[in-house]
Design a protein around this ligand. Sequence first.
Ligand SMILES: *[C@@H]1O[C@H](CO)[C@@H](O)[C@H](O)[C@H]1NC(C)=O
Ligand SMILES: *[C@@H]1O[C@H](CO)[C@@H](O)[C@H](O)[C@H]1NC(C)=O
Length: 359
Amino acid sequence: MRGQLLKTLFSLMITLLFVGSLLTTFIWYMFNDNNVEPHRTNPQKKSAPQPSDPCKGCREIIDNVIERYSQTWKKKEDNYQNFRSQLNSKCRGFNKAIITQANTPVGSKLVYDGEKRRSLQVTPAIFSTFVKEHPFSNKTWGTCAVVGNGGILTNSSCGQTIDSAQFVIRCNLPPLKNGYEKHVGIKTDLVTANPSILVEKYGALMGHRRPFVDSLYTYGNSLLLLPAFSFGHNTPVSLRAAYTIEDFGSPIKPVFFNPEYLQRLAVFWRSQGLRAVRLSTGIIMASLALELCADVHLYGFWPFSTHPHGFHPLTNHYYDDRKTKMKFHAMPAEFDLLLRLHSQGVLRLHLGDCRPHEK
Ligand SMILES: *[C@@H]1O[C@H](CO)[C@@H](O)[C@H](O)[C@H]1NC(C)=O
Ligand SMILES: *[C@@H]1O[C@H](CO)[C@@H](O)[C@H](O)[C@H]1NC(C)=O
């Protein structure tokens, strides 16, 4: 009897160990493609060697996407209103997406959305870095452009079209000058920054900070949105970014993602069928735009390494070819959801090149 019990316990332990290590691998894998990374690992080193044909099997998937995409797009007002009111009521991005002195008083407890057992009590010093009022409270813009950084924007001539939007959102401090402007535009109202870029490119702001400040002038007086409270190690470097901007008198306005909003958004997308461990910055910004803007246009969202029309190879970003993950056996789930919203007339994806004055 006892031997039996021990045996059962033992096999249970082995199973748990196995599942645990599988999960760890899985989580590591998912996180590495995420824009809000928990660890500063180098994805290039551990990823499997690339197959000789990087797009083996993706042709079929791309054909399928293009078939869904090429129906004439028309905004469907009731679908848009319906989706928007769901986001409004479940996520409340319009007044909760960003931490403010009004919604997060001294003494509040912030629970890290990427590390739920970790929390932080807001001290007066941290509180002083929060904006006073929510930048989006009860505001609606007409046309918004959310610009992903996909290689599909290379030579797209979409700059003018993107800049014609009333509100332009960009992700992860992308370069806009040196010839990119024609293809991605220059207007920026909000730009996100992944703390890992501050670590890699600007020495975590521990040494000279002017190169960081100089790099921000491209974005004028836009909002600089940082996920300061997603993972514990994001906080000090994000606060240093805010202090640096203040000390140098840079016109950009640092603000922090509200981890509660990110958490609500993750739950929302899970309810829509998304099984990702973490949301990408792209889908987060697209969701926020849907709450704030009447017409949402997405540019630079294309998860494959070949162009949808020319089928020529694409770099991973329009400005470099740093690899994240190469996966072609399944439609990347987030893109599939965005494509669904495109088909439903809720938002508009742009996969082609732009002609000047095209909307
Ligand atoms: C936003 O608008 C709603 C209804 O239109 C109103 O009840 C609410 O008080 C407004 N909030 C702010 C911050 O102005
Ligand atoms: C983009 O256009 C430039 C100039 O016409 C050309 O040199 C370059 O090869 C093009 N890049 C790609 C990826 O097509």
